[in-house]
Design a protein around this ligand. Structure first.
Ligand SMILES: *[C@@H]1O[C@H](CO)[C@@H](O)[C@H](O)[C@H]1NC(C)=O
Ligand SMILES: *[C@@H]1O[C@H](CO)[C@@H](O)[C@H](O)[C@H]1NC(C)=O
Ligand SMILES: *[C@@H]1O[C@H](CO)[C@@H](O)[C@H](O)[C@H]1NC(C)=O
Ligand SMILES: *[C@@H]1O[C@H](CO)[C@@H](O)[C@H](O)[C@H]1NC(C)=O
Ligand SMILES: *[C@@H]1O[C@H](CO)[C@@H](O)[C@H](O)[C@H]1NC(C)=O
Ligand SMILES: *[C@@H]1O[C@H](CO)[C@@H](O)[C@H](O)[C@H]1NC(C)=O
Ligand SMILES: *[C@@H]1O[C@H](CO)[C@@H](O)[C@H](O)[C@H]1NC(C)=O
Ligand SMILES: *[C@@H]1O[C@H](CO)[C@@H](O)[C@H](O)[C@H]1NC(C)=O
Length: 266
């Protein structure tokens, strides 16, 4: 599953790189702003025991820094991949500045993978500026505060992994904006409130795992709209009501775990 999604992102990524070439000469944003944003990202990392960011300095081109990939023609950052680097610190809001203005395409950063570090603090709402963002993996960190509503303005998002953090608050109700979403995991956090009814809009969603939180209310009937759904993990919450018969319409569902909730009926 993960591989399929990564492959889909890779395909989109190459498609995108071509589209960008087209708009290149109309660039109005500044490379300096991007470099400043990357340096601010480094500046908010307080511990880097493996020296992952040691080469993030003006002695080399930023496109050659560890974990950074660029669009070759514009040197705009397209990807930050710093998984399992034992980084400690916070995620700088400057990350939202990695979106150079272009004619016909307003941003470029397409993926941010920070899985399994020791990042704390909140998810910056400034991520909402990254309208081309397709993949975000903040799983296995110590992030707290709530999932910013603004994040769900990034309508290109295909995968969002926020699992195994210390997130509180509720899942933003504008989740239905994410028409391209294929996988959403937020398991093992402290989320409260309802599963947004707008989840029924996510026609491409294959994986929904919000298990091990304190979610309440019913399973939205709109779940029956999710014809692509393969994995639904809702266990260990405080969900209630009856199990909607619409769930039977999810023909591709192969894994369903809803134990340890307060459901009634058949
Ligand atoms: C990155 O490093 C390689 C090898 O050191 C070099 O050939 C290349 O020009 C560098 N790229 C940029 C964008 O400076
Ligand atoms: C970038 O983002 C930060 C924080 O979100 C902001 O304070 C700053 O003015 C922005 N602009 C530039 C050009 O760095
Ligand atoms: C996370 O990284 C640590 C090393 O920093 C490793 O020991 C651990 O197995 C990793 N955990 C997961 C879930 O990948
Ligand atoms: C997040 O954790 C920090 C300590 O790491 C704490 O100071 C802050 O109040 C927490 N914020 C929220 C919203 O829980
Ligand atoms: C998100 O999108 C909505 C509707 O398009 C807009 O009203 C709101 O200002 C946006 N929020 C941010 C933080 O961009
Ligand atoms: C998560 O946050 C709560 C307070 O909101 C705190 O009591 C708990 O220790 C935090 N857990 C972790 C793993 O940081
Ligand atoms: C189900 O999908 C249809 C469009 O195909 C949409 O109009 C409807 O609002 C969705 N239902 C829910 C509950 O999300
Ligand atoms: C359901 O699964 C089948 C077989 O993997 C696939 O061909 C089909 O496209 C899937 N349907 C949806 C709506 O994703």
């Amino acid at each position: 599953m993960a591989f399929k999604i990564v492959a889909a992102i890779a395909v989109l990524f190459f498609y995108h790189a071509h589209a960008v070439l087209f708009a290149e000469t109309a660039q109005t944003g500044s490379l300096q702003t991007e470099i400043k944003a990357l340096m601010a990202f480094k500046g908010s990392i307080t511990e880097d025991p493996l020296g992952a960011l040691a080469d993030w300095s003006d002695t080399s081109h930023h496109c050659n820094w560890t974990g950074i990939s660029c669009d070759p023609s514009s040197s705009s950052v397209v990807s930050i991949s710093l998984e399992q680097r034992q980084l400690r610190g916070t995620i700088s809001p400057f990350i939202g500045n990695l979106s150079r203005l272009k004619l016909g395409a307003c941003s470029l950063l397409v993926q941010i993978f920070l899985y399994n570090n020791s990042l704390s603090g909140t998810i910056p709402a400034e991520l909402g500026n990254l309208r081309d963002l397709q993949g975000l993996d903040f799983g296995n960190n110590f992030l707290n505060g709530s999932i910013p509503d603004a994040l769900f303005n990034c309508t290109a998002l295909e995968i969002v992994y926020l699992n195994s953090n210390n997130l509180s608050g509720s899942i933003p109700s504008n989740m239905g904006n994410l028409a391209n979403l294929q996988a959403f995991t937020a398991y093992a956090n402290s989320l409260v409130g309802f599963i947004p009814a707008s989840v029924g809009m996510l026609k491409l969603l294959k994986v929904l795992d919000v298990s091990q939180n304190q979610l309440s209310g019913p399973i939205p009937a709109g779940i029956g709209n999710l014809s692509s759904l393969e994995i639904l993990q809702l266990f260990q919450n405080s969900l209630s009501g009856t199990i909607p018969p619409e769930l039977g319409q999810c023909r591709n569902l192969s894994l369903l775990n809803i134990y340890r909730n307060n459901f009634v009926g058949s």
